[in-house]
Design a protein around this ligand. Structure first.
Ligand SMILES: Cc1ncc(COP(=O)(O)O)c(C=O)c1O
Length: 403
């Protein structure tokens, strides 16, 4: 008989990732030979640019294949310092920079280094699925604040003020957002900052992973740039995964106060050690090298966003706002709740909508409840126009078939 394994209380607090579950299910169905369109995964379909790959190959040939300092090589930290100065008007020293194995690990290391039992983390919902789970894993308390379509899925100063308590340790901002694509203007960030200035116990973790993916001339800003008085309590996080199509290379980074960065390094010293040395050298090239492929990526994503917004708004019962950035659209399916499929199943939730759509039309998307906002769903449009057009035909057919 297998020995009974008692799991940690920490792991028992945590849910598995709904986005990974959808992608795994879609891939399984594909392996069974079914014609599934997967719109669940948040991953660019572009290949990593050639100059970045070459830098990695060079690093291997030059023997840069050994341990590095746990939180990154000095050359990459210098490239990150230069990036923050060039693109965000933020001044950091290399001692204020952390490099981790992916953006996800940056967040985890920051929470591991700072959260104690009872500490609250304010998370605007819809949120990226991992935020509340990581907070729970690290012993903190996630406090979700609903930000619906009426505020364009953005946190308002009043909602922030209402969510803050003496126990609030962090506010997470994510702009452009996964899952909604919504991005905050400089003025909107300034208004949120005004609230934070009244609450000196609150630190800001801004997840800027999608910074480069904004459309229609949207002017990107990050909060420490807009309100320099928050610099001393902001962790500005970013990574190469989304902008440079480098999800598999696993490099994320952040800059903030030295005490926090030092504590994050201690977490890494005693757990993962350094991110892959070769990926770090590739990331030096990503940040310091030519950025000329970015406008092409942006133009392709903007075109796909327009295609999806238009096509989804033509589907009966779906309302799809036009987001400023990222590669997601985040429509409402409230108009379909209570309707029935041809087989007689009642669409009683976004979860049932997603399950029935997958069953009937083989389109995989992620239901909104996973992101903390029922009655909605997320589509990742980081795939070809041809696939997106076919997905729209199927979604429109499915919605039209409900009665
Ligand atoms: C908002 C957001 N933050 C962080 C990450 C993690 O990025 P990485 O793949 O570098 O760990 C993702 C990836 O999906 C994301 O969407």
């Amino acid at each position: 008989m297998a020995a009974d394994l008692r799991l940690s209380d920490a792991i028992d607090r945590v849910k598995p990732s709904a986005t990974i579950a959808v992608t795994t299910k879609a891939n399984e169905m594909k392996r069974q030979g079914l014609d599934v369109i997967g719109l669940g995964a948040g991953e660019p379909d572009f290949d990593t640019p050639e100059n970045i790959k070459e830098a990695a190959i060079r690093a291997i040939r030059e023997g840069k294949t050994k341990y590095t300092p746990s939180d990154g090589i000095p050359e990459l930290k210098e490239a990150i310092v230069a990036k923050f100065a060039r693109e965000n008007g933020l001044t950091y020293k290399t001692s204020q920079v952390n490099v981790s194995p992916g953006g996800k690990a940056v967040l985890f290391n920051a929470f591991m280094a700072t959260l104690n039992a009872g500490d609250e983390v304010v998370i605007p919902a819809p949120y990226w699925v991992s935020y509340p789970e990581m907070v729970l894993l690290c012993g903190g308390t996630p406090v979700a604040v609903t930000c619906g379509a009426e505020t364009a899925y953005k946190l308002t100063p009043a909602a922030l003020e209402a969510a803050i308590t003496p126990k609030t340790k962090w506010l997470i901002l994510n702009s452009p957002s996964n899952p909604t694509g919504a991005a905050y203007t400089g003025a909107e960030l300034k208004a949120l900052a005004a609230v934070l200035l009244r609450h000196p116990q609150v630190w800001v973790l801004t997840d800027d992973m999608y910074e480069h993916l904004v459309y229609d001339g949207f002017e990107y800003k990050t909060i420490a740039q807009v309100e320099p008085s928050l610099y001393d309590r902001t962790l500005t996080m970013n990574g190469v995964s989304k902008a440079y199509a480098m999800t598999g290379w696993r490099i994320g980074y952040a800059a903030g106060p030295e005490k926090l960065i030092g504590a994050m390094r201690k977490v890494m010293d005693q757990s993962t050690s350094n991110p892959c040395s070769i990926s770090q050298w590739a990331s030096v090239e990503a940040l310091n090298g030519p950025q000329d492929f970015l406008p092409g990526f942006r133009a392709a994503y903007a075109g796909r966003r327009n295609l999806m917004v238009e096509g989804l708004n033509q589907a009966a019962g779906i309302v799809c706002p036009k987001p400023e950035g990222a590669f997601y659209v985040y429509p409402s399916c409230e108009g379909l709740i209570g309707k029935k499929t041809a087989a007689g199943t009642v669409i009683d939730s976004d979860k049932t909508f997603a399950a029935e759509l997958l069953e009937a039309e083989k389109v995989a998307l992620v239901f909104g409840e996973a992101f903390g906002l029922p009655g909605t769903f997320r589509i990742s449009y980081a795939t070809s126009d041809a696939i997106l057009k076919e997905a729209l035909v199927r979604i429109q057919r499915f919605c039209g078939s409900l009665s």
